[in-house]
Structure formats: C-alpha cells, structure tokens
Design a protein around this ligand. Sequence first.
Ligand code: HEM
Length: 112
Amino acid sequence: MSPTFYHILHVSSLIVLLGYTFYAFAAPAESRKKVLMITGIMSLLMLVSGIGLLHKLQLGFPGWAIVKLVCWLGLSAVAGIAYKRRAQADTIMIGALVLAIVAVTMVYLKPF
Ligand code: HEM
C-alpha cells in the first residue's frame, strides 16, 4: 500500500480518535463501552499507519517518532480516564490537547 494511503489512514483515525476522546468527557455512562471500543480501534489504526509510514518512507525509528509514540500512548488512555475522573475534566482535556499538539509538532519540525 502507498504512503498516501497510510497518511490518510493516520490523519483520519486521528480525527475520529480526538473527536470521541473529547466526547467521552461529556458522554453518558452507558456510552462507555462503545466509545472505548471506537477509541481503541482508532488508536490501533494510528499506530499501524504510523509504523507503516516509518517503514514506507524509510525513516528508521528517529527520536521524534519515539516522542510521538509516548504522546500516542497517553492520548490512547484519555477516553478511559475521562469517564472515571469527570471532576478533573478540564485538566485532562488540556493534557490531551498538549499531547496531540506535541505529536503534530514533531512531524513538522522533526527536531531529532
Ligand atoms: C498522538 C499521536 C499522533 C498524532 C497526533 C500524529 C499526527 C500526525 C500528523 C498530523 C501527521 C502528518 C500527516 C501528513 O502530513 O500528511 C503525521 C505523520 C506521521 N506520523 Fe503521526 N501522529 C501520532 C502518532 C504517531 C505514531 C505513534 C507514529 C509511529 C510510531 C507516527 C508516525 C508518523 C510518521 C512516520 C508520519 C509521516 C512523517 C512524514 O511524512 O515525514 N505518528 N502524524
């Protein structure tokens, strides 16, 4: 499959992952199973497409990709935490945004 396919998959799953992650902060408790299933699948697709891109673009495994991996790990956990810690929603939401922004910054700056 072409790098373009992986790019589209990577960014599309990011959009869905972020959407449902923020929905989790306001969603009714009954939606937990469905939302965690969707965010779980999207997060897996992000990882697969990210690794696919590293491979297709022959980038190796640079430092910025490790930073992205850490951001991905944190972001993947947020939806589950969102249902349990509604009282700290503001702080966790800012944390999630910071993780996403750091990951995007890594792609465009590739500082290391
Ligand atoms: C929070 C997690 C992540 C976010 C927000 C994110 C976001 C993005 C965005 C916006 C792009 C640019 C796509 C484009 O220009 O078409 C991208 C590209 C890329 N991402 Fe991710 N990503 C994340 C996680 C990962 C992970 C876990 C990996 C691999 C371990 C990864 C590897 C890549 C690679 C290799 C590219 C292509 C870089 C290039 O075109 O030079 N990403 N990512």
